[in-house]
Design a binder for this molecule. Structure first.
Ligand SMILES: [Zn+2]
Length: 482
């Protein structure tokens, strides 16, 4: 009764694998009819809500409070920080009419919310006693992407969390950026098993209006990287544009220092699907799975049905008492069809119960991540599941970390870079001078590898730029990106 894999190979045919999993695991429907806009089906939203709650808890434990600002931003607000609008102008959706009449002032659909939120901050923040001031909102944002759209990876509407924090000085702001990184690590790497590069973006790639930006890039099976989060030090740039000033202890008025942190919820879901899945479908970490355990009855003709049900109900009750999300599938489908279905949905644990299990006071338990079956005594259910719960995330994370580590190489020269590109190495580290001209040359020579930035920890190891030969400022990471 084993299931045959039914999906294309993930690394060689990622695009087809992805489209099929989104449809067959009932995650996303792409037939809404507006380009770049997708429908999140219940199963996708249940997964999202489970890891969204983790982010919210971490942010709130870190002193953030929830808020909700309007979707629309008046044009004059959006234009207040000059570099900011320059960075987003080409991607803004505008509301221009109410019914038949043109609006007096155009309204932008938020591409990000600095210019929606900071006018209010200038009213709320008066004194150093009001600081630090930290808010977050979990919303959709709108950007008219001109590149080809892909469900969850690049859309014109996507889900994210954004934080907007205000501090007295740069040291408070920089401490926050470290805390943002710690939050991202805890949820994305520890709980979701998704490893990522934590890189300071090159100066020419920083967020529009920021002094500097850090980003989190994960690696997808097709060898391209995906930015799934960013945290920015805004300096006093927005504070000056929006008059966010506070009176300090010495009674002087000072501009506040600000940070903002974007968590790409839609993209994190894409990474979760793509990084952990296999030729049987999704594989979900236990803690965020909408169904953590499915029980499949294995009826036999001559065996009394009520005896089987009684045993199953007892097992189910015990699991529910321990707050596991568990279902029993009594439907008419064959056990094989059920295996196939729950494998595709990535349900972490499957329990099979038939006459043999009842008679021996046992259960058969299947781990989706290892595709391995275990027969255990029914007295050991709870400790076994608890052990598996912890081990599943360890296994998924270790596999993904190994995949990322194996994909990074270091090149001493442009010739070596090109050799690695030919070999299909996804991430290449090189000495780099930090100039845009050299980055452009690298991109055209490698047919698409971009400078993704650098790790502060590797800064000293740089010697010379692989393009111009000048002394290198740092080691940059090259990769193709979504
Ligand atoms: Zn250079």
């Amino acid at each position: 009764m084993e299931v045959e894999p039914s999906l294309p190979e993930k690394t060689t045919n990622m695009s087809k694998w992805y489209d099929e999993v989104l449809a067959r695991a009932e995650l996303i429907d792409i037939r809404y009819g507006v380009k770049g806009f997708i429908v999140y089906r219940p199963y996708a939203m249940e997964i999202i809500n489970n890891f969204l709650d983790m982010f919210k808890k971490e942010l709130e434990d870190n002193g953030h409070r929830p808020a909700l600002f309007p979707l629309v931003i008046p044009e004059k607000m959006l234009r207040k920080e000059a570099r900011h609008i320059k960075g987003f102008e080409g991607q803004v959706f505008w509301v221009t009419h109410s019914g038949f009449n043109p609006l007096e002032e155009k309204l932008a659909l938020r591409p990000t919310s600095e210019t929606a939120i900071y006018p209010l901050y200038s009213l709320w923040i008066k004194s150093y006693k009001d600081l630090p001031f930290k808010l977050y909102q979990s919303v959709t944002v709108y950007r008219y992407e001109t590149k080809a759209t892909r469900p969850l990876l690049r859309g014109r509407e996507f889900l994210w969390i954004e934080t907007h924090d205000v501090f007295r000085d740069i040291s408070g702001a920089e401490r926050q950026i470290e805390e943002d990184v710690a939050i991202f690590n805890k949820v994305v790497k520890d709980s979701l098993g998704i490893p990522f590069l934590h890189l300071k973006r090159e100066d020419y790639d920083k967020f529009a209006g920021a002094d500097y930006s850090f980003a989190f890039d994960c690696l997808l099976p097709d060898g391209r990287v995906l930015q799934i989060g960013t945290t920015h030090y805004l300096g006093t740039n927005f504070a000056k544009a929006f008059e966010i000033k506070y009176q300090d202890e010495d009674e002087s008025f000072k501009y506040a220092h600000q940070t903002c942190f974007g968590i790409g919820i839609s993209r994190i879901l894409a990474a979760l699907i793509l990084i952990h899945g296999d030729e049987f479908g999704l594989i979900l970490p236990f803690d965020i799975a909408p169904i953590q355990i499915v029980i499949i009855p294995i009826p036999k003709k001559e065996y009394p049905d009520d005896k089987l049900r009684k045993y199953i109900d007892k097992v189910k009750e015990k699991l529910m008492e321990n707050d596991y999300r568990v279902i029993v599938d009594y439907s008419e489908k064959s056990p094989g069809e059920k295996y196939y279905y729950y494998d595709m949905k990535g349900v972490p644990l499957r329990i099979e119960i038939g006459p043999r299990e009842v008679n021996n006071n046992q259960i058969t338990i299947f781990r989706r991540d290892l595709r391995k079956k275990y027969v255990i005594s029914s007295d050991e259910i709870m400790e076994t599941i608890e052990e598996f719960r912890k081990d599943i995330i360890k296994t998924l994370r270790a596999r993904a970390v190994d995949g990322l580590n194996k994909s990074i190489v270091y090149a001493e020269s442009l010739g070596e870079v090109l050799r690695y590109v030919d070999e299909g190495k996804p991430i290449i580290k090189v000495g780099f001078c930090g100039r845009k001209a050299c980055a452009d040359e690298l991109k055209s020579e490698t047919l698409g590898y971009e400078t993704r930035g650098y790790s502060l920890m590797e800064r000293e190891n740089a010697r010379y730029c692989v393009v111009c030969g000048q002394e290198a400022d740092h080691i940059t990471y090259l990769a193709k990106a979504y």
